[in-house]
Design a protein around this ligand. Structure first.
Ligand code: NAD
Length: 328
């Protein structure tokens, strides 16, 4: 098939080229949106990532251009209007799970960095500053950690937390019996957030989870608690979180995703003036760490993304079963 692949960096191209099962790929570093959809004329399929925008307008333009298949190189599909794609009869296929451990381990990396301040110690030592002042952390053992969403990543994260000796409480619309049997305690969202030292988000972004963390839910947090978001930026109301950091209600914040990340993440703006005042405010806090949506970024996950993407494309091309189709 002739496939237009959007939002690519060199590492995407390397992995896709390595596992290509014989398709004609054309790479575009630009994201797919209203401005770039004209580029898809003459392609059978498009391949996209987390920050491409497939709203009604873009989907109708794809349909008019003769695109017959949409493949996502990711699990989340909040950036695609699935109902409209169904109406246009363009199947949307995703990579449902690619090394959930990659994201779970990154969530733990954010916790350990925020807590033990290894990033500050690294810089201090390089400058000949061997002082321990202001580097004090806390033991993770016996701490209460709230996990919101216990799917593939949430479960992997719970296993890591258990290894650290944490008390794990969880909220999910579909509690997992096997996970509960390992000692994870399920409760309502309110019960789960209350009294937690750390809250980590692992549920998808949907209409009913948008701004799940807001002024009201932040009040339920233990004062000075830590919030980790490696799921989707829209789960957190950024303005409310900034307010909570300023009052100290929130003591630490670790983000791998950000509401407005589409305009920033995956690009080098080190010589530019960043226009997003919310992210610059967040960056200014000493107790905030932001990474640029790199939770998935391990060799194992990249390999899994590439192999599943081509398996999805081959299933469509050969009239096989579309096991990874997302339906409205
Ligand atoms: P999953 O589908 O396996 O699990 C999601 C879980 O959330 C399910 O158990 C579901 O029941 C639960 N859920 C749904 N609605 C909920 C709600 N309102 N409240 C609480 N729980 C709810 O997905 P996953 O593979 O574990 O991925 C979780 C999220 O992680 C994805 O949606 C994606 O946004 C994000 N993600 C981020 C990265 C990254 O690089 N940072 C990589 C992959 C996925």
């Amino acid at each position: 098939m002739k496939i237009a692949v959007f939002s690519t960096c060199k590492y995407d191209e390397d992995f896709l080229n390595q596992f290509n099962t014989g398709h004609k790929l054309r790479y575009f570093s630009a994201p797919l949106d209203e401005q770039t959809v004209a580029l898809t004329a003459g392609y059978d399929a498009i391949c996209i990532f987390v920050n491409d925008t497939l709203n009604k307008e873009v989907l109708n333009a794809l349909h008019a251009n003769g695109v017959k298949l949409i493949v996502l190189r990711c699990a989340g599909f909040n950036n695609v209007d699935i109902a409209e794609a169904d109406r246009l009869q363009i199947p949307v296929l995703r990579v449902p799970a690619y090394s959930p451990e990659a994201v779970a381990e990154h969530a733990m990396a954010l916790i350990l960095t925020l807590n033990r301040k290894t990033h500050k110690a690294y810089n201090r030592i390089r400058e000949g500053n061997f002082s321990l002042e202001k580097l004090m952390g806390f033991n993770l053992s016996q701490r209460k950690v709230a996990v919101i969403g216990t799917g593939a990543i949430g479960k992997a994260f719970c296993r890591i937390l258990k290894g650290f000796g944490c008390h794990v409480s969880a909220y999910d619309v579909y509690p997992d019996k096997d996970l509960a049997a390992t000692g994870v305690t399920y409760g309502t969202l309110q019960e789960t957030l209350a009294g937690a030292d750390i809250v980590s988000l692992h549920c998808p972004l949907m209409d009913n989870t948008r701004h799940l963390i807001n002024k009201e839910t932040l009040k339920l947090f233990k004062p000075g608690a830590m919030l980790i978001n490696t799921s989707r930026g829209g789960l957190v109301d950024t303005v409310d979180v900034i307010d909570a950091l300023k009052t100290g209600q929130l003591g630490y914040l670790g983000l791998d995703v950000y509401e407005q990340e589409g305009k920033l993440f995956f690009h080098d703006y080190s010589e530019d003036v960043i226009q997003d005042d919310r992210i610059t405010r967040l960056i200014s806090f000493p107790n905030v760490i932001i990474t640029s949506h790199q939770g998935f970024f391990t060799r194992e996950a990249m390999e899994q993304i590439a192999t599943t993407t081509f398996a999805n494309i081959d299933a469509f091309a050969n009239g096989g079963e579309l096991i990874n189709r997302v339906k409205s």
